[in-house]
Design a protein around this ligand. Structure first.
Ligand SMILES: Cc1cc2nc3c(=O)[nH]c(=O)nc-3n(C[C@H](O)[C@H](O)[C@H](O)COP(=O)(O)OP(=O)(O)OC[C@H]3O[C@@H](n4cnc5c(N)ncnc54)[C@H](O)[C@@H]3O)c2cc1C
Length: 258
């Protein structure tokens, strides 16, 4: 494992993936290449455009802007909420403004069920909102405004929860707001999947089978991960596992897993 090392290009020879070139120019040769990078990067930057089907080309022609669950507002509160449900939706009489959107439902995840996520008598909570990537990209040009907006959103969120759980505002000990830019910084996942209109039932079903994607014109290359329909953490892990299983089959080796 090479940390803090980005792959810039998948190397190919006679229609086969034969390794990767890193950002620093170093080339690592390989018998197989598996890309778990963000789909837009895999298809538009790492491999040659001629390997894409028309559909893939159109799906990844432009990253999408509206992102689901992309704004994460988390609180550590000095309050025991273990008598409340693991997840609940608060329907607000007066909507709150969140990153330019009018929001009348606040969905709260209550992590009380996991004792490792907060000390005794305290609770971790998270609220997620949909948002526009471009909104945060624009705001980040002015770091002060970006930070102020995060603070406003945290305040509005906890005030909304206060309407249902009196006293919670004063009990907040830790606050964290992660935006789509935070996700991009830490995982390179930027603007969601390919366009939703192009995502068909067939893809969803394929996603449930957790099959890695292969391309007709580039042998020994696999694409896995949530950009190509991997169903969450477990589905993406299974896609990786299935890619290795396929390689074992090709190499006529037994596949074992614990
Ligand atoms: C905002 C958000 C909320 C989510 N919420 C949930 C949830 O509640 N439950 C759930 O099950 N799933 C959730 N998911 C989906 C889940 O996070 C993903 O499906 C899962 O993380 C995919 O795991 P992965 O290991 O395939 O990819 P990732 O976790 O994306 O890991 C890919 C890795 O590849 C690295 N990388 C990218 N490009 C390159 C490159 N060019 N060179 C080298 N390395 C590179 C990245 O740095 C990263 O470390 C969420 C996703 C997002 C974005």
């Amino acid at each position: 494992i090479l940390y803090n090392t980005a792959v810039e290009r998948v190397m190919e020879d006679s229609g086969r993936a034969v390794g990767v070139r890193l950002e620093n120019g170093e080339v690592i040769s390989a018998d197989y290449v598996i890309s778990d990078a963000y789909g837009y990067d895999t298809f538009k930057k790492l491999i040659d455009d001629r390997h894409l089907t028309d559909r893939l080309r159109s799906m990844y022609s432009k990253p999408i802007d509206r992102m689901m669950m992309a704004l994460h507002v988390s609180f550590g509160v000095k309050m025991d909420l273990s008598d409340r449900p693991n997840a609940f939706s608060l329907f607000l009489d007066e909507p709150i403004e969140i990153a330019g959107d009018n929001c009348s439902i606040v969905n709260v995840i209550n992590y009380s069920y996991d004792k490792k996520l907060s000390p005794e008598g305290k609770t971790s909570l998270k609220v997620m909102y949909d948002t526009y990537f471009s909104y945060w990209e624009e705001l980040s040009k002015d770091q002060k405004k970006y930070e102020e907006e995060k603070e406003k959103i945290a305040n509005r969120t906890i005030e909304a929860i206060e309407r249902f759980i009196p006293g919670i505002r004063a009990a907040v000990e830790v606050t964290d707001v992660a935006t789509p830019l935070t996700t991009k910084k830490f995982t390179s996942n930027a603007r969601g999947y390919g366009s939703k209109e192009e995502f068909r039932l067939r893809d969803t079903l394929k996603g449930f089978l957790n099959k890695p994607m292969t391309l007709k014109t580039l042998k020994n290359f696999f694409v896995i991960g949530h950009s190509i329909g991997g169903t969450n953490l477990y589905g993406c892990a299974a896609m990786g596992r299935n890619a290795v299983k396929k390689i074992c089959k090709k190499e006529k080796k037994d596949f074992y897993s614990s």
